[in-house]
Design a protein around this ligand. Structure first.
Ligand SMILES: Nc1ncnc2c1ncn2[C@@H]1O[C@H](COP(=O)(O)OP(=O)(O)OP(=O)(O)O)[C@@H](O)[C@H]1O
Length: 280
């Protein structure tokens, strides 16, 4: 199925990233639909974080084109156009909170950057609201990151990512390091925020439970590019060795079974999207 550009939150075409002689991505294409939660998976070092960094402008690709929310990355901003960075929020691995600032002050950082003239009282109010939105208790706002558990740090990072009411949310391994109960709670929170705030979510994860629980589609990185995109049943029909092992191996089967699922047989050519239909 081919999407109109307006249905897309992100379009990545022919992306190449290299560090010296080492090519991390070559000919990588991916479309992310508006309003979906897309999981991005791949073995360690396949370039999931580099891909996210390219999309949010922290890594300049060697080649290719990236469009985010209808705007070409790297192109000059039109007069009066909002800074594209104010339209997304990012939860980096580990939360990346400023250790010398309280949770509320961390949430206020992007507000200060993009709205320097905002009334401080309003800024504090917004920060408190964002903290409560992520399920943290009221008293967490005044705490420093060192006083928080791992799960609370993730929620605080999420509160900061939501500070500017983003349309697009990037999450880099949000459940890594959480116990299974904390991870499931974070998954529910992500799903809930996605629904209530109408977010598009780009989610890098190794967590099979998260993929099953909340992702609408999953993109698989291997061989320097996105080799397949689809729902999990669609991907399970793939005979690519990595995909087969990932979803059909012991952990993949157990994540599926814990949801009462059975391996769905999907005909080989049924459903799997090309990473970028327009280019297929
Ligand atoms: N700034 C950099 N300079 C040189 N090489 C880099 C740089 N950033 C990333 N790389 C390399 O790019 C490759 C992809 O890294 P990346 O962190 O994106 O992998 P990943 O898929 O997110 O891995 P993991 O699942 O382990 O987090 C790795 O080989 C890494 O060493």
């Amino acid at each position: 199925m081919s999407e109109a550009p307006s249905d897309l939150a992100i379009r990545i075409e022919d992306l190449e990233n290299r560090f010296g002689d080492h090519a991390v991505h070559e000919g990588l294409n991916l479309d992310v639909r508006r309003g979906e939660i897309i999981g991005v998976v791949g073995g360690s070092g396949t370039g999931k974080s580099v891909l996210m960094r390219s999309v949010i402008g922290l890594q300049t690709p060697s080649h290719g084109r990236i469009e985010v929310l209808g705007r070409e990355m790297g192109a000059p901003r039109a007069p009066g156009e909002a800074d594209i960075r104010s339209r997304w929020g990012v939860l980096f691995q580990g939360g990346a909170l400023f250790s010398t600032l309280t949770v509320a002050e961390n949430v206020e950082v992007p507000l200060k950057e993009f709205y320097p003239d905002m009334d401080p009282e309003l800024r504090h109010e917004i920060a408190r609201y964002k903290v409560s939105l992520t399920g943290l208790p009221d008293n967490a706002a005044a705490k420093y990151p060192s006083e928080l558990s791992g799960g609370m740090k993730k929620r605080a990072g999420l509160a900061r990512a939501l500070a500017l009411d983003p349309e697009l949310l990037f999450l880099d391994e949000p459940t890594a390091g959480l116990d299974p109960i904390g991870a499931a709670a974070f998954d529910s929170l992500t799903r809930e925020l996605h629904e209530t705030l109408g977010l598009t979510v780009f989610l890098i994860t190794h967590d099979l439970d998260t993929l099953h629980e909340i992702c609408d589609r999953v993109a698989v990185l291997a061989d320097k590019r996105v080799i397949a995109v689809g729902t999990i049943p669609e991907l399970m029909a793939s005979d690519h060795p990595w995909i087969h092992e990932y979803f059909g191996g012991p952990r993949g089967r157990s994540a599926l079974m814990s949801r009462g699922g059975e391996q769905t047989h999907v005909a080989k050519d049924d459903g799997l999207d090309s990473p970028n239909p327009a280019k297929a």
